[in-house]
Unconditional design. Structure first.
Length: 379
């Protein structure tokens, strides 16, 4: 059966840039995309209102719109449309990150993204929009459920105010229902978070599997250190999301097969603040946003982004920092081969008590050298 092509609307007034994008989609993935090009924002809005499109590639500067105003109008008018922003050489990469924080799914820098990166970005935008809609549906269900339960509590409490025993029995039953509903909703919420983390892993070689390996090691270290199970669960959730901010870094930089220059590495480092901004409004029962913000801090203050020292860094973040260093050194990167576990353990041993939490380092060393922990055993 012939596959229906993905319909892409391209808003680009520069014929040369437009041809590059169209050729990339046509040559790298023949038959997978049907591209419609317009040069003005007004024409794009008209086509979106009249025809169905699966995704959109949007230049920031067109004859009738400039800068962030262009994607903002599209996002406001068509909130269900997966959107990839195209930034030019004259635009700072912060425009792309701002567009993602305002509702776009990805961004590409024109002239730097190859055909594979463009195709990957379109597929990623469609998958991420679907996950965003699932999360929105789960949140809306939580609100409706809470309203229903609260209304039920008010109604029953008023009706049984004179019967103390019956009211106590009712509240016990309602609390049981609320707890069961909350547990089910929490499972749905965590399943959605894990789906988002999986989508991030698929985005590049840099992010593939790293969060899962670091998370498994961090949880094992935390249990070996005797921290509470509530802290372990918070660390597990933080480990799923600690590199969430990588979605604001262009995929072509993450997959670049050479050492990054200073400005490119600054974009990668900015993933910490971006991840923190994405999750800080979510009411987790654990300090997930702080774990994300602090997992690159170091005891001596040499880490980033805030240069925190010693006890100012959360214990969960100190544990995750050690786990992340070990898994990163054991992982292949486009610009280098894996260093291996011996080099990774030597690195954390060298930094014990100076860069890395001493108890966390000791727990990690015991896991690998005495208890047979191995990344290869992680599914």
């Amino acid at each position: 059966m012939k596959q229906t092509p993905i319909r892409v609307l391209l808003l680009e007034d520069n014929p040369g840039d437009a041809r590059l994008v169209q050729a990339a989609l046509a040559d790298y993935a023949p038959g997978q995309f049907a591209v419609t090009r317009v040069e003005r924002l007004a024409d794009a809005l008209a086509r979106l209102g009249a025809e169905p499109f699966d995704a959109m590639l949007c230049d920031l500067s067109v004859p009738d719109s400039e800068g962030m105003a262009t994607p903002q109008v599209i996002i406001e008018r068509f909130p269900l449309l997966p959107l990839v922003v195209l930034t030019g050489g004259s635009h700072d990469a912060s425009f792309g990150r701002d567009a993602i924080l305002h509702g776009a799914q990805d961004y590409l820098v024109k002239g730097k993204a190859d055909a594979e990166a463009i195709v990957r970005s379109v597929h990623y935008a469609i998958e991420r929009k679907q996950l965003e809609l699932q999360l929105h549906t789960a949140n809306r269900a939580l609100g409706d459920l809470n309203e229903q339960l609260e209304a039920k509590v008010r109604e029953k409490t008023a009706a049984l105010a004179q019967e103390i025993v019956e009211r106590a029995q009712l509240q016990i039953r309602l609390e049981s229902e609320r707890r069961a509903s909350a547990e089910q909703l929490q499972k749905t919420y965590l399943d959605t978070i894990e789906a988002i983390a999986l989508a991030l892993q698929k985005r590049s070689v840099y992010t593939s599997g790293g969060q899962r390996r670091a998370g498994a090691l961090a949880v094992a270290m935390a249990r070996a250190m005797g921290v509470t199970e509530d802290q372990v669960e918070g660390l597990r959730i933080g480990s799923l999301l600690f590199d969430l901010g990588m979605m604001t870094v262009p995929a072509d930089i993450l997959n670049r097969a050479r050492l990054l220059n200073k400005s490119e590495f600054a974009l990668v480092k900015a993933h910490v603040q971006s991840g923190h901004e994405i999750v800080r409004g979510i009411q987790f029962p654990w300090p997930v946003a702080e774990i994300i913000a602090q997992h690159h801090e170091r005891l001596d203050g040499s880490g980033y982004p805030a240069g925190l020292k010693n006890g100012a860094i959360l214990l969960e973040a100190r544990i995750l920092a050690v786990a992340d260093v070990v898994q990163a050194m054991c992982s292949h990167r486009p610009q280098r081969a894996a260093f291996g576990i011996d080099a990774a353990l030597e690195e954390i041993s060298r930094g014990r008590g100076v860069l890395y939490d001493a108890d966390a380092v000791d727990a990690c060393l015991r896991l690998f050298r005495q208890q047979g922990f191995a990344f290869s055993a992680i599914a």
